[in-house]
Design a binder for this molecule. Structure first.
Ligand SMILES: Nc1ncnc2c1ncn2[C@@H]1O[C@H](COP(=O)(O)OP(=O)(O)OP(=O)(O)O)[C@@H](O)[C@H]1O
Length: 241
């Protein structure tokens, strides 16, 4: 299990309401997309869900338990993992060691080495296992970030623009990886601007605009929603690239 329920979440920066009464859900076994134009509040919502930012109002419920007052470390122990828009790898460590550091924080330290081999398989980077993170392409580095989040065997995985910088082939492999994580029962929440990826991989979407959820539902429904089309005018169109 790793269900997520957010309700009535507001965040105010100075006089600016970055999130305004936001509600959303994500279910185990599904990839849930959180999309919206630049500055809509997606990363701020991830900060609230992962415990990095306390909302001025609202609740975050993980697996039926209210975690709003818990810090990030305690939420991580309850099975939450996330990646960041800015890459956070240890540049002078190899890919294998970056994964190993994370796996050693996972549920079974003794099996960390074994877990890393499994993750290298799943992210398709065995050939780069001994390469330093600093030498990776952005696309490969993002896969390692996701691999690191996988290493703690999360129940809820929040991914912030994981496909930025990936080439077409990497994105295709990445889509298959996301589907397989969901098929294993992980709750995956994806913030992503690559609409081709979002539309092909997500079971459900929530659309944020100016701090408010303006639409929620299956991708096919959301992409035709008049409010969503209006929000994206002048932005990346809501169609597969
Ligand atoms: N620490 C902060 N202090 C003040 N304002 C902030 C802070 N963090 C974010 N904001 C503002 O809150 C709003 C939401 O920002 P956020 O980064 O959550 O949007 P986003 O949807 O993730 O955007 P993008 O797609 O560009 O990453 C923006 O107007 C942003 O300028």
């Amino acid at each position: 299990m790793g269900s997520l329920e957010v309700s009535g979440v507001s965040v105010v920066f100075g006089g600016h309401r970055a999130l305004d009464g936001v509600g959303m859900t994500a279910e185990p076994g599904q990839v849930t997309g959180l999309i919206g134009p630049n500055g809509a509040g997606k990363s701020t919502l991830f900060d609230v869900v992962s415990g990095l930012r306390r909302p001025s109002s609202g609740r975050v419920v993980l697996d039926g338990r209210d975690v709003t007052r818990l810090g990030p470390a305690r939420r991580a122990r309850r099975g939450l993992a996330r990646t960041f828009q800015r890459l956070e790898l240890f540049g002078r460590l190899t890919v294998r060691d970056n994964l190993l550091v994370a796996a050693e924080m996972g549920p079974d330290r003794r099996l960390a080495g074994h877990a890393v081999t499994g993750i290298l398989d799943r992210i398709g980077l065995h050939h780069l296992a001994d390469t330093c993170a600093d030498e990776l392409s952005t696309g490969a580095a993002r896969l390692v970030e996701v691999g690191r989040a996988m290493a703690v065997r999360p129940k809820l995985l929040l991914l912030d623009e994981p496909a930025a910088g990936q080439d077409g082939e990497e994105t295709e492999r990445f889509a298959a990886l996301l589907r397989s994580l969901a098929d294993d029962g992980t709750t995956v929440v994806l913030v992503e601007h690559d609409m081709g990826l979002v539309m092909s991989v997500c079971d459900r979407l929530h659309v944020l605009d100016l701090g408010k959820i303006i639409a929620s539902g299956p991708p096919e429904e959301v992409r035709r929603d008049a409010r969503v089309l209006a929000a994206y005018l002048g932005e990346t169109p809501v169609e597969e690239s």
